[in-house]
Design a protein around this ligand. Structure first.
Ligand code: ADQ
Length: 464
């Protein structure tokens, strides 16, 4: 059987003692890597002046191979191009996008370094699966070195409309880089369409009748592979003694009040401030909620070295402080704003204690928090999910109340509707979401992608 080589910016490291602390994606990868005696290749998380060759260690049934980055790599490739250029642009946040040649060069240099560090360890027949926006240009360098293996790429974040992508000087180099793969997967059909649109209209490419795309002298396959959840695992976590303890603790602290919950990395794509503004309107328009409803926002800071994140954090704190100052009583504060992360089993308990889950990103590739909230709900008394139409998850979770997160009045109405929804409707919606989660688990996602890559026609393979 062919080996599987997974390549991503950061590698997952299995934790035998606490499986529930790890995301479903990492766990799904471990299973595939074990089955295929594979290798997971990525950045060690270390920055050093003189990084050497890749270092290897055996994990639980597979191999982890990592390289260090130099301080310049870290600034230009990681904080720079990946997180200040690609991330905002691919989430339609042009105002946050940095345009900097130094970042461009750093990105392509580090992508080439990944390829060079990896190439000596590849074997004929290895299936190579590269993940996400950090490493788009990796395969092109592998091809230059003569690698003819099947190489697949999966983009976890959205693919932007052509007009936005064209604002990056390196737009063509990026898309040409994607044509070095054999299979390029996206979260949704809308992302696939955006990619095809660029290729056909801006790169003179051709969409063939069998769905393959030809440009830059190569023909590749593309497709939507929406990422799923390990439903049984998350349900088991949400029903675990630790989760139940959290749930009881939260009920005690609520003392009969209702709770809406939101859980995000603190990121300007997640729409935290819009959510707070909608909540402020709700409190202003419906005084019956005063003293009887609170919003729990869990938002651990991320990417603190990127200036746009610092600015956004200040803005969110300002809005939160204003709302709490405006409405709080001595015995009730409307927003509980928590800047730390919690293990997934704790989140499972909190999701069960909540009446409403607010997942309202301005743009999101998928958003697994939405799926986790839906998975945690019980049949007896399910909470309602309010979900942004701009999250990939909205395409599958039709049982959610789907909203436009930009319009505070729409978001406020959705909150009010969710808070007052009768049990029968909540159950119907919960069942619809469970069925959707069951149809497409993270294992299905992984297996569909790996099979599609394995089945790439031989005729399409090769260098160039
Ligand atoms: P992220 O932007 O990181 O991922 P998301 O999918 O929402 O976002 O979360 C991934 C995991 O992180 C989930 O398992 C979630 O529970 C956990 N997480 C998020 N916020 C947390 C918090 N405050 N505390 C603890 N855990 C938290 C990117 C894309 C997404 C896509 C995923 C997977 O941006 O759109 O769904 O990859 O493809």
């Amino acid at each position: 059987m062919s080996r599987l080589v997974v390549v991503s910016n950061r590698v997952g490291v299995p934790d035998r003692k606490d499986r529930g602390a790890q995301g479903g994606l990492a766990v799904a990868m471990y299973a595939a890597l074990r089955r295929h005696s594979g290798v997971w290749f990525g950045w060690s998380g270390e920055v050093s002046e003189h990084p050497g060759a890749a270092s290897f260690r055996e994990a639980d049934g597979f191999t982890i191979a990592t390289i260090d980055l130099t301080p310049d790599d870290y600034d230009e490739y990681y904080n720079g191009y990946a997180n200040r250029s690609l991330w905002p642009l691919f989430h339609n946040r042009m105002g946050h996008t940095a345009y900097d040649r130094l970042y461009d060069r750093g990105y392509f240099r580090v992508n080439a370094r990944f390829a060079h560090a990896m190439a000596p360890h590849l074997r004929e027949g290895d299936l190579i699966w590269v993940h996400d926006y950090h490493l788009i240009a990796c395969a092109e360098e592998l091809r230059r070195m003569g690698t003819s293996n099947r190489i697949g790429f999966f983009l976890h974040i959205p693919f932007p409309p052509a007009d936005l992508l064209l604002t990056l000087s390196s737009h063509e180099a990026l898309v040409r880089g994607l044509f070095a793969y054999d299979l390029v997967g996206f979260q949704t059909e809308a992302d696939v369409r955006a990619f095809r649109d660029y290729v056909v209209n801006e790169a003179g490419g051709v969409l063939h009748g069998d769905g393959s795309l030809e440009a830059f002298g190569r023909t590749i396959r593309t497709g939507a592979f929406p990422i799923g959840l390990d439903l049984d695992e998350f349900r088991a976590l949400a029903a675990s003694p630790e989760a139940s303890r959290q749930e009881r603790r939260m009920h005690r602290s609520l003392a009969g009040r209702k709770m809406m919950i939101a859980v995000d990395r603190l990121d300007y794509t997640k729409g935290v401030d819009n959510r707070f503004l909608a909540f402020e309107r709700l409190l202003a328009d419906y005084p019956e909620h005063h003293g009887n409803l609170l919003l729990l926002q869990i938002a651990p800071p991320s990417r603190g070295e990127v200036p746009e994140y610092e600015a956004m954090r200040g803005e969110v704190e300002h809005v939160c402080g204003r709302i709490n100052g405006r409405f709080a009583h001595v015995d009730w504060v409307p927003i509980r704003y928590v800047n730390r992360g919690y293990p997934r089993r704790t989140l499972g308990g909190l999701f069960r204690a909540a009446h409403v889950g607010l997942v309202t990103p301005l743009k999101d590739g998928m958003n697994l928090v939405a799926k986790e909230f839906a998975a945690a709900q019980t049949e007896e008394d399910p909470g309602v999910l309010v979900l942004s139409r701009f999250a990939g998850a909205a395409r599958e979770l039709e049982g959610a109340v789907i909203v436009n997160p930009y319009d505070p009045a729409v978001l406020m109405d959705a909150m009010q509707r969710a808070l007052n929804m009768p049990l029968g409707e909540r159950r119907e919606r919960r069942d619809a979401m469970s069925a959707a989660l069951r149809r497409n688990t993270v294992a299905d996602w992984r297996d569909r992608f790996v099979s599609a890559l394995r089945e790439t026609p031989r005729t399409l393979l090769g260098g160039g």
